[in-house]
Design a protein around this ligand. Sequence first.
Ligand SMILES: NC(=O)c1ccc[n+]([C@@H]2O[C@H](COP(=O)([O-])OP(=O)(O)OC[C@H]3O[C@@H](n4cnc5c(N)ncnc54)[C@H](O)[C@@H]3O)[C@@H](O)[C@H]2O)c1
Length: 297
Amino acid sequence: MKRKLNLPIVPNSQLNLHPLSAAADSSITPKPKIFDEFALTDRVGLVSGGNRGLGLEMALACCEAGARVVYCFDLPEKPSDEWTASRDYVAKLGNNSRLEYFSANVTNQQALWKKTEEIGDIEGRMDFCVAAAGILRSGTDCLEYPAQEYREVLDVNTNGVLFTAQAAGRQMSRFGRGGSIILIASMSGSITNRGHAWVSYNSSKAAVLQMARSMACELGEKNIRANSLSPGYIYTSMTAAFLDKQPHLFDVWSSMNPLGRLGRPDELRGVVTWLASNASTFCTGSDIIVSGGHHSW
Ligand SMILES: NC(=O)c1ccc[n+]([C@@H]2O[C@H](COP(=O)([O-])OP(=O)(O)OC[C@H]3O[C@@H](n4cnc5c(N)ncnc54)[C@H](O)[C@@H]3O)[C@@H](O)[C@H]2O)c1
């Protein structure tokens, strides 16, 4: 029996012209299209933990890629100066993109669902989501780890990631256009950071890897993709809490990857834009590790 290929319907104008077509028809002028595939023109996104650090950097990248709007949310009532400067920067890009901020706690499922539904009502679409809010507590021996702190870390890093993904995914499902859910996990979800007693963080991130696979399998039929993105050591406020107090960790952490250095937040711009865009339409249920090769050793 002949099998039917269930391929998505792509308008002719968006199809890449095959070199053979161009060879057969001299009126066809080949044009580079690869960067068009990364464009987020007119798309609407949601970023948790978007007030600073990796979340803000990723929101900014998506605006540069042409998103109509990226809604950032985070704990503070008012956004940081860095966020406000980023909003003003985006307003001057000249591509009609904008950054918006609202205050919310990722552990509050109902508040997230409600706010994101309101965004859906305003924008009429929801295309991508980056669940970047997360916390890391100082090290505690795994045999002594206090229950309350363990629950706290899992509540933000695991439950909060699910609630954020749900909030956006429900709107993606409502509008029926598909979408891309990007769960920020960590290399610590699949390796253990040598020298650090981070059992709560590591467990919370391992759960996120499986969450992405599980959501990908349930949501594939709606063309909603779910992947996890797992950074290695990047210098942000989260890691500065350790590095600034124990400067020798710069060298220790750097020596643990083949590139011999820490990563910068901007080194995640490409991968997040790729995951949010049509350049990754066949990628779902994957964990993308960006660690300078830390996990290779
Ligand atoms: N920096 C790294 O080396 C690194 C490595 C791997 C993974 N990550 C992950 O990347 C993500 C971003 O981390 P970062 O390095 O930018 O840290 P960060 O501390 O600079 O940013 C995290 C943001 O999440 C927000 N947040 C925390 N709890 C929240 C809550 N309950 N509700 C809403 N927002 C909340 C914080 O206010 C903060 O703005 C985290 O999930 C982190 O685990 C970071």
